[in-house]
Design a protein around this ligand. Structure first.
Ligand SMILES: [Zn+2]
Length: 99
């Protein structure tokens, strides 16, 4: 169990109030009509599963119901930060998009 900070509400809450929304910042193919079935399937279904720092989407299900971005260590559940989507994108890009 861990505590997340919702940047929309400005409050720290228990993990149970939130819903995991998956990997953040998955690049959408610029021309999806040019992808073959395997490449399209990879885009839709294949996700990273790192042991360590990971950029994730979370939603505040029992609060404001808005999505935000969290950088979480999947091995320790340490939280490096949480941001609104636009601020999270800036932080992600500032790291070079690394996870
Ligand atoms: Zn909230």
């Amino acid at each position: 169990m861990f505590v997340l900070f919702c940047p929309h509400c400005g409050e720290k809450r228990e993990e149970e109030e939130f819903g995991y929304g998956g990997e953040a910042f998955i690049p959408r193919p610029s021309k999806p009509e040019t992808l073959d079935d395997d490449a399209w399937g990879d885009y839709l279904f294949m996700r990273k599963n790192p042991k360590g720092w990971h950029w994730e989407m979370w939603s505040h299900n029992t609060g404001c119901r808005k999505f935000f971005v969290v950088k979480r260590n999947t091995a320790t559940n340490a939280i490096a930060g949480s941001w609104t989507l636009s601020d999270g994108r800036k932080a992600y890009d500032a790291e070079g998009g690394a996870t």
